[in-house]
Design a protein around this ligand. Structure first.
Ligand code: IPM
Ligand code: MG
Length: 355
């Protein structure tokens, strides 16, 4: 198979972890006889520094002409601490998602048997937990207009807007995913307060009755869901939720896996899918060869499976990562006493894929 992969390393630890994911993809190509061409492009603070724009037109072209996109991370403290910055790196990611029509963000989470000790949660609570968050990615508070500051500068506002169509298209994907898992969808919302949440409930309930009544559906308010995630994560199979709630719940769920550095994600919706670790740019760790590349490498596995349909190839990456984790061949976020470096982890994964 010949494929073009848009390669967007981004900021902070992004380049280091994306590089390991690229190495894993190259190893897969070699082993299984495929040819992957990587087209590199700038995004985020790196793109602002070079062009003034966090998502330059050239990057959009690279993304549009690719068969899939591998993305590292975005964000830089020099913008985080400057509320008056005219452009922000995150804008690049948001525009990329919107312009590429990536409305569905899929974030799988599972408890790794041998990493249960790495989680601050009690092993009996998380053991066997296996869930996936379906987060709406191109609407809600992140994108609704109007937004801004009032003229006096003393008040600010955003708009949370959802249409029926936006709710239906991601809900369908969530129900279909549930059918291939444990057949349960939990809609997380705030329908006791928010009008948009009530629309979500109405639309999801109707869709369920009409097309997916074989799937179990339940509802949780987001505050309760946040508590249940820690109290009893095993109750969840597919979590379906809007943009901001999904952002928060998915970071929270990473505690189950033991490290944010283990969670991959896929963003889909149009022809081209984008694959990225859920962690951010972690600037304090950049350039130190200490970041955990597992999430980025597992994102590459999701890319192979979801965008290219290469199931066996994806499995070879997952198994290589699992093997490292099971052998305690892990980075400092998981084992502070005897850690391996980012590059070494990537090399070991390559070795296991080839072996
Ligand atoms: C994520 C990140 C982004 C988001 C930021 C970097 C804009 O937190 O992908 O979860 O809020 O969506
Ligand atoms: Mg987030």
């Amino acid at each position: 198979m010949e494929k073009i992969i848009g390669y967007l390393p981004g900021d902070g630890i992004g380049p280091e972890v994306a590089k390991q994911a690229k190495k894993a993809l190259e190893a897969v190509a070699e082993k299984f006889g495929h040819s992957f061409t990587f087209n590199e492009a700038l995004v985020g603070a790196a793109a602002i520094d070079a062009t003034g724009d966090p998502y330059p037109a050239k990057t959009h072209e690279v993304c549009q002409s690719a068969d899939a996109i591998l993305f590292g991370a975005i964000g830089d403290p020099k913008y985080d601490n400057d509320p008056s910055a005219a452009v922000r790196p995150e804008e690049g990611l948001l525009r990329m998602r919107k312009n590429l029509g990536l409305f569905c963000n899929i974030r799988p989470v599972k408890a790794y048997k041998l990493l249960e000790e790495a989680s601050p949660l009690k092993a009996d609570r998380i053991s066997g937990a296996d869930l996936v968050v379906f987060r709406e990615l191109t609407s809600g508070l992140y994108f609704g207009n109007p937004r801004g500051r009032h003229e006096d500068g003393k008040s600010a506002f955003e708009t949370c807007l959802y249409t029926e169509e936006e709710i239906v298209r991601i809900s369908k994907l969530a129900f279909e995913a549930a059918r291939n898992r444990r057949n349960k969808v939990t809609l997380v919302d705030k329908a006791n307060v928010l009008v948009t949440s009530r629309l979500w409930r109405e639309v999801v309930t109707k869709l369920h009755a009409e097309q997916y009544s074989d799937v179990e559906l339940d509802f949780l308010f987001v505050d309760n869901a946040a508590m249940q995630m820690i109290l009893n994560p095993k109750q969840f199979d597919v979590i379906l939720t809007e943009n901001l709630f999904g952002d928060i719940i998915s970071d929270e769920s990473s505690v189950i896996a033991g490290s944010l550095g283990l969670l991959p994600s896929a963003s889909i919706g149009s022809e081209v899918g984008l694959y990225e670790p859920i962690h951010g740019s972690y600037p304090q760790a950049a350039g130190k060869n200490i970041a955990n590349p597992a999430a980025a490498i597992l994102s590459a596995a999701m890319l192979l499976e979801t965008s290219f349909g290469l199931t066996e190839e994806a499995k070879s990456i997952q198994e290589a990562v699992d093997r490292c984790l099971n052998e305690g061949f892990v980075t400092v976020d998981i084992n502070a006493e005897n850690p391996v470096g980012t590059e070494e982890f990537g090399d070991k994964v390559v070795e296991y894929i080839k072996g």
